[in-house]
Design a protein around this ligand. Structure first.
Ligand code: KIV
Ligand code: NA
Length: 266
């Protein structure tokens, strides 16, 4: 199989072929999504919610994400693996950002890093790219700044589209190879996609972008509780696993499990 490279993202945009991405936090799902032909896997700091059980992504550390990223990178044959840089690991300076990016590249086998912020993160992006590391940018709603943004609020509505467009151009200028647009109106994402030379990846940004990305646990119906409007559930894993657990409990209680076929002879 031919590995996905940054040029695949560029070619996809040029040829109008949609790019697909899912998050992944472990080797089992990474291998499944890789075999299914998902183009890229993001080891998101959404692991904070979906693996570690935090309420936000803010507490997530580089040391927590490194083993998850190594597991995902080690499991793929084709997919492009993107390591998410957590809150507090890149904002202080371009040097800090590059230091963190080096850790992910050297310790995990990821193929690129992602960080949040447009204009405000452009010097960080420039520095990382200058060291030969591809950067996926992330603008619109940026969960690491949810307290500043006032919660999960749609970005780039009305006149605020100008800030979104400025952020998009800033990350392209800084050398990002792609940009995630999270929770922005479809029309705003359409304009950004038309204006940029680099591909745009939608997470709740409508159909006019060059690619689509979802958090796998939301997409597969493993998340219980509130999921955002933009998520379409492609499976119901919470139901499947919950039912399996109930049946197994009953089988153990009644002695149906284990049967002779699950037991060892002398
Ligand atoms: O951490 C994550 O899962 C993300 C995507 C939702 C963009 O950053
Ligand atoms: Na993230």
């Amino acid at each position: 199989v031919k590995k996905v490279r940054t040029r695949h993202f560029q070619n996809a945009k040029a040829n109008g072929i949609k790019i697909t991405g899912l998050t992944s936090y472990d080797q089992l799902t990474a291998a499944i999504f890789d075999r299914a032909g998902i183009d890229f896997l993001l080891v998101g700091d959404s692991a904070g919610n979906n693996v570690f059980g935090f309420d936000t992504t803010l507490p997530v550390t580089v040391d927590q994400l490194i083993p998850l990223t190594r597991a995902v990178a080690g499991a793929v044959k084709r997919a492009f693996v993107v390591a998410d840089m957590p809150f507090g690991s890149y904002e202080t300076s371009p040097d800090e950002a590059l230091h963190t990016a080096f850790r992910f590249m050297k310790e995990t086998g990821a193929h690129a890093v992602k960080l949040e912020g447009g204009v405000r993160s452009s010097e960080q992006i420039r520095r990382i790219v200058s060291a030969g590391i591809p950067v996926m940018a992330h603008i619109g709603f940026t969960p690491q700044s949810e307290h500043q943004l006032g919660g999960h609020v749609i970005q780039g509505r009305g006149e605020r589209i100008e800030q979104l467009v400025a952020d998009a151009h800033a990350v392209e200028q800084a050398g990002a190879f792609a940009v995630v647009l999270e929770m922005v109106p479809a029309e705003a994402a359409k304009r950004v996609t038309a204006e940029l030379g680099i591909p745009t990846i939608s997470v709740g940004a409508g159909p006019h972008t060059d690619g689509q990305l979802l958090v796998w646990t939301d997409w597969a119906g493993l998340t219980t509780g509130r999921i955002p409007k933009f998520v379409k559930q492609y499976a119901n894993l919470a139901q499947v696993l919950g039912d399996a657990a109930k049946v197994w409990t009953e089988d153990v209680a009644s002695g149906v499990y284990p049967g002779p076929e699950h037991s060892y002879d002398d």
